[in-house]
Design a protein around this ligand. Structure first.
Ligand code: XMP
Length: 514
């Protein structure tokens, strides 16, 4: 999208996604890139401003993440936050040292309200501090514009060069006037007009899609999940019946899900879509037989998807475009943006086969976070129950079954997952937990049931709380609920004799198992 944007350079801090979110809340479009991103690439994006995030390192140590000095000489306003602030000073000749007193938590900060960062901010304001290093000396040309009792440089600025450094975290809500400070930076200092909105996203996307597609035919990969549903409705608003939605039942869906999706998007549902359901279960199980390596499984599932679409496309004749509901975290984690390590090849991003029979792929949600996709969904008039649906990955149960996938294992995990979801809903927890599901471990162990020895599978229960699916914490589910789920699964699902609860956060784990 050709519009004003602010670039956030990621140094690995825990609040980095929040920075992007707050900037967008100021109605300014924002993207996050790794600190490894080349300066030329940053320049080419022509950002109105640059924000350097926090991070866990000490900037003066060997091997700590850093950035070239030239970044500060582009004439583009730069705001450093926490580690980013220290790094700015370090690179420009100031001094950063271990702080005699570590500051953590809500702290009263005295600010100079004549600084453009602190326009309309109170002279004494509560901010969130979290640092063990501090700026003991600012670089030449900088003035100190905020301090605390223990921290002599809580903020500094070089007005002439438009460089700003803030030791605390304006992006977290504990910083009471943090949003105002970020607003001051992006709207005031950077001069962004603040024209980015979800409705303008929807409007602009519709225009762009119309322009791109012309009178071409478009095929949409509909999974029934939030992302592809929003993409489908967006496309249908843009091009009406030039769009055909293909829903592949790959036999890796949750219990009864195929029929539920058909009920919403099929001929009986509220949308005017060309809807085709392809029952490809057998075909998938055949392809996946004997395959255990997670990336290979993902690739096979993704590739088979494309093959099925190609076949459907041929039936429709001359399809020019394929639509996918890829969202920003998928792009990041597939190593196509942000930090470059490939964590998983997200379905239909890294998993795309080389030869695709379409002119182009359209990914209208590629720059959005999950909660923004939901906002776009509401903006498009999609019912709330669909918009706030549990996320479900494209490769489906294929990545919730560790090791080889077969019809028997699919059945086990479908049944266990249905019980888990039912009990979570009964306990009234379904709205408060970010994502929860059952997975089938590849572990079999010895048990005893009715005096008989058993040798069956272990089901793992996963439940995480997350804002943006980039980081997550295991959810605290009351023990009675877990016990109820365990007992029902063991009693009702044949082939399972053990149930475990996964406590791992992300990182180091991921939300899905493969
Ligand atoms: P991970 O496992 O990467 O999951 O921590 C983060 C979020 O993404 C979903 N997920 C996927 N969604 N295709 C998708 O459409 C995929 O290949 C895929 N892998 C993971 C996952 O359910 C979670 O919400």
């Amino acid at each position: 999208m050709n519009q004003e944007k602010v670039i956030v350079i990621d140094f690995g801090g825990q609040y980095n996604q929040l920075v992007a979110r707050r900037v967008r809340e100021c109605n300014v479009y924002c993207e996050i890139y790794s600190y490894r991103t080349d300066l030329e690439q940053i320049k080419a994006m022509n950002p109105k401003g640059i924000i350097l995030t926090g991070g866990p390192n000490s900037c003066y140590e060997d091997g700590a993440p850093t950035y070239r000095k030239e970044l500060f000489e582009l004439g583009i306003p730069v705001l450093g936050l926490c580690y980013g602030a220290q790094l700015m000073m370090h690179v420009l000749g100031g001094k950063v040292e271990k702080a005699p007193i570590r500051e953590y938590g809500k702290t009263e900060v005295m600010v100079d309200t004549t600084s453009p960062l602190f326009t309309d901010v109170s002279e004494k304001t509560i901010c969130w501090m979290s640092h063990f290093d501090y700026i003991s000396q600012v670089a030449d040309g900088f003035d100190i514009v905020a301090h605390t009792t223990d921290c002599p440089v809580a903020a500094a600025q070089n007005l002439e060069k438009n460089l700003y450094a803030i030791q605390f975290h304006p992006e977290v809500l504990h910083t009471q006037e943090g949003t105002r400070m970020l607003h001051n930076f992006v709207r005031g200092v950077c001069g962004c007009s603040g024209s980015w909105r979800m409705d303008s996203f929807v409007e602009q996307s519709i225009q762009e899609i119309r322009q791109k597609v012309g009178d071409g035919k478009v095929l949409c990969a509909l999974s029934g999940g939030v992302d592809s549903s929003v993409a489908a409705v967006l496309l249908s608003k843009a091009i009406g019946n030039q769009l055909t939605c293909v829903f592949v039942d790959h036999g890796l869906l949750r219990k009864d899900e195929g029929d539920e999706v058909e009920a919403v998007f099929g001929p009986e549902g509220p949308y005017e879509l060309n809807f085709i359901r392809v029952n490809a279960q057998e075909r998938y199980y055949k392809k996946l037989a004997g395959v255990t390596e997670p990336e290979t499984k993902r690739k096979i599932i993704g590739e088979e998807f494309i093959r099925v679409f190609e076949e459907e496309a041929k039936k429709i004749g001359a399809v020019d475009f394929l639509v996918q509901g890829t969202i920003y975290p998928d792009v990041v984690e597939s190593g196509l943006g942000g930090e470059s390590a490939v964590i998983k090849s997200h379905h239909n991003v890294g998993g795309l086969p080389d030869c695709v029979d379409f002119k182009e792929i359209i990914e209208p949600l590629r720059d959005l976070f999950k909660d923004e996709v939901r906002k776009a969904g509401l903006e498009l008039g999609i019912p709330e129950n669909l918009v706030f649906r549990q996320p479900f990955p494209g490769p489906g149960l294929g990545i919730r079954i560790i090791g080889e996938v077969n019809a028997e294992k699919v059945k086990i995990v479908q049944e266990a997952d249905a019980i888990y979801r039912e009990e979570i809903a009964k306990a009234g927890l379904d709205k408060s937990i970010g994502q929860y599901f059952a997975a089938l471990t590849n572990m079999r162990s010895v048990g005893v049931m009715g005096d008989e020895r058993t040798y069956d599978y272990a089901v793992a229960l996963r439940a995480v709380n997350t804002i943006d699916f980039m980081t997550a914490e295991a959810a605290e589910i009351p023990f009675e609920v877990l016990q109820k789920v365990m007992s029902r699964i063991i009693n009702e699902v044949k082939g399972v004799n053990r149930v475990m609860y996964d406590l791992t956060s992300k990182p180091p784990g991921t939300i899905e198992f493969e």
